[in-house]
Every structure is written in C-alpha cells, then in structure tokens.
Ligand binder design. Structure first.
Ligand code: GTP
Ligand code: MG
Length: 180
C-alpha cells in the first residue's frame, strides 16, 4: 500500500461584489446554484478533498466579501494563503478593471516570500449570460492581463451551468502544490 501524504491548501477567493465568488464555491463543493443574491459578510470557508497523484489534498476555500462595507479581514486572514483566485464578471467592465487592486491588495496583505512565483489564477465568470452576447471583456483582453502579471492561468466559467468550475479549482490546487 502506498503511503499517502495529506496536504492542506488555503485558497483565497477575491473579486468585486456580485461576480459570483460564492456561487463558484457552492457549485464546486455542493453542486448547487442559486439565482438569489445574498451578499457574503466577512469571510467563511468550505473544504473539499481531492486526490492529486499520490496526494490527498484538502482545499480550504475562503470565500470573501466583495462589498467594501462587509470587508473586515485583517492581515492574519491572508497569511498562510497557498493560492489566490481572482474573479471578475465577463459582463461587467468595472469588475475587470478592479483586478489590479485586488491583486495588489492581496500581495500587500499576504506578503508572500516570492510574490512573482505566488500562484494566482484569474476566473472570468458568468459566460452563460445572454448566450455570451452581453460580455464586455474579451478572452484576449483577459489573457493579456494575465500575461502582464506573470502568466497566471485563466479560466472562463459559469457557476450557473457548472461550466469549467472543476478544472479551474483543480488547476489552482496543482499550481499551489507545485509551489510548495
Ligand atoms: P459578494 O458576496 O457580494 O462578494 O458577491 P459574490 O461574488 O459572492 O457573488 P454571488 O456568488 O453571490 O453571485 C451574485 C449573483 O450572480 C447571484 O444572483 C448569482 O445567482 C449570480 N451568478 C453567479 N454566478 C453566475 C453565473 O455563472 N451565471 C449567471 N447567469 N449568474 C451567476
Ligand atoms: Mg459572496
């Protein structure tokens, strides 16, 4: 019998209010989606176990509040993060323009030893809306942003239709493991 190592990875999900951070997490962990918007207050985590090669990995996924008045997270919250998922809504330009701030703020708070190597991921959510006709941020533009931040991986998702959600979380988990 092979010896399995268990690893806990702290994943932090950031992005503007309403982009679908909670929905992505609920879809990934509980396979559920709700149309109803309920703002996240502060932060909370869920866990998900997965196997990657010979490793048992527990993802501790921290869902945070996009609304400023509900952000009460201190430096301690970000410390020890193994990776960070930045989420925007492909139909809302403002949520894309805010990415620089979220990225910068994360690095400032988490203060990882090697910021250039820290595993980030960008997720463009809600690609299902209006059959893609209402999107305002192109894949090309998003990928350019990723390239400018040191080639961070990019996934387009729909939490509603469970499109590309599992692959996105698997990719960030692998990147975090590789960075250990
Ligand atoms: P805060 O907690 O305020 O930071 O927001 P959030 O980023 O957690 O957003 P949330 O997951 O609560 O989703 C906001 C709204 O968008 C809800 O009404 C969801 O049902 C909806 N939504 C989330 N993801 C999708 C998606 O992929 N497609 C569609 N059509 N709607 C989505
Ligand atoms: Mg939320």
């Amino acid at each position: 019998m092979s010896v399995r190592r268990r690893t806990l990875l702290k994943v932090i999900v950031l992005g503007d209010s309403g982009v679908g951070k909670t929905s992505l997490m609920n879809q990934y962990v509980h396979k559920k989606f709700s149309q109803q918007y309920k703002a996240t207050i502060g932060a909370d985590f869920v866990t998900k176990e997965l196997q990657i090669d010979d490793r048992l990995v527990t993802l501790q996924i921290w869902d945070t509040a996009g609304q400023e008045r509900f952000q009460s997270l201190g430096v301690a919250f970000y410390r020890g993060a193994d990776c960070c998922i930045l989420v925007y809504d492909v139909n809302v330009l403002k949520s894309f323009d805010a990415l620089d701030n979220w990225h910068e703020e994360f690095l400032k708070q988490a203060n990882p030893p090697d910021p250039k190597k820290f595993p980030f991921m960008l997720v463009g959510n809600k690609v299902d809306v209006d059959g893609g006709n209402s999107r305002v941020v192109s894949e090309k533009k998003a990928k350019e942003w990723c390239a400018s931040k040191g080639d961070i991986p990019y996934f387009e998702t729909s939490a509603k239709e469970d499109y590309n959600v599992d692959p996105a979380f698997l990719c960030i988990a692998k990147a975090a493991l590789a960075n250990e």
